[in-house]
Ligand binder design. Structure first.
Ligand code: SF4
Ligand code: SF4
Length: 224
């Protein structure tokens, strides 16, 4: 069997120009704060949403950060990520090991919401394209992928655990009768799942390490 190569990003920055950047709800808050500090304009849109019939708002499970007018991530300066050392979204940390599809499941009977993400290597990365043939000759597909892009795989596990934690907390509220989850309703206010949950779980910022990230962001801004 051929030796399995190991992925090493050469920081060409091409993946920051591919498509809008998919974010978990709390990451939208971090990037919004960072955009003010770095001085870039950002535009977000909610991704998957559900409606809470008790509070009358749509709750966003994900967001997308739009590319700028030059068809690149607004945080890309030259070919470098300007927030690389402060906060990098999960999707950027896991690239080229990316979710091709995220499927949310809503169980109305047991009042439980979960998600399943289908990950794979992106051929949009020229390093993956270069290694494709060798990787295809290796057996044990999943373990080869984990060996090939270990750090990126670990970032994907962290991302999916965080996604599941947020959905689990919403499910708890649903079972307690504090929310009533329905399909999203057009035209009503949209609230991020993170902000929504924070009203019931004040410890959420520390559970997600968001408080530490924001302290780092503010410290960094003093030296910027
Ligand atoms: S396209 Fe591939 S090599 Fe280039 S920055 Fe992205 S992950 Fe790294
Ligand atoms: S946040 Fe940084 S790594 Fe992610 S797409 Fe933007 S510039 Fe690239």
């Amino acid at each position: 069997m051929k030796a399995i190569p190991v992925f090493k990003c050469d920081m060409c920055g091409e993946c920051c120009k591919l498509s809008p950047i998919s974010l978990l709800p709390h990451e939208e808050i971090i990037l919004r704060e960072l955009s003010g500090l770095v001085g870039v304009e950002v535009k977000f849109s909610p991704g998957y949403t559900v409606y809470d019939a008790i509070s009358g708002v749509n709750v966003a499970f994900s967001y997308i950060l739009h590319l700028d007018e030059n068809s690149k991530c607004p945080f890309l300066l030259g070919n470098k990520c300007s927030i690389h050392y402060i906060y990098k979204p999960y999707i950027c940390r896991s690239f080229p090991y990316i979710p091709r599809h995220v499927r949310y499941s809503i169980d109305d009977v047991n009042k439980y919401i979960t998600a399943e993400a289908d990950y794979g290597l992106s051929l949009a990365c020229h390093i993956v394209k270069r290694d494709k043939e060798t990787l295809e000759k290796c057996a044990l597909k999943q373990s080869v992928l984990v060996h090939y892009s270990r750090d990126e795989y670990l970032a994907s596990v962290e991302a999916e655990n965080t996604r599941l934690l947020l959905l689990y907390l919403l499910s708890l509220l649903w079972r307690k009768g504090l929310v009533d989850v329905k399909p999203s309703v057009p035209g009503v206010q949209v609230m991020s799942l993170y902000e929504f949950l924070r009203r019931y779980f004040p410890e959420l910022p520390s559970r997600l390490s968001l408080d530490k990230v924001l302290i780092r962001v503010r410290k960094w801004s003093k030296n910027y």
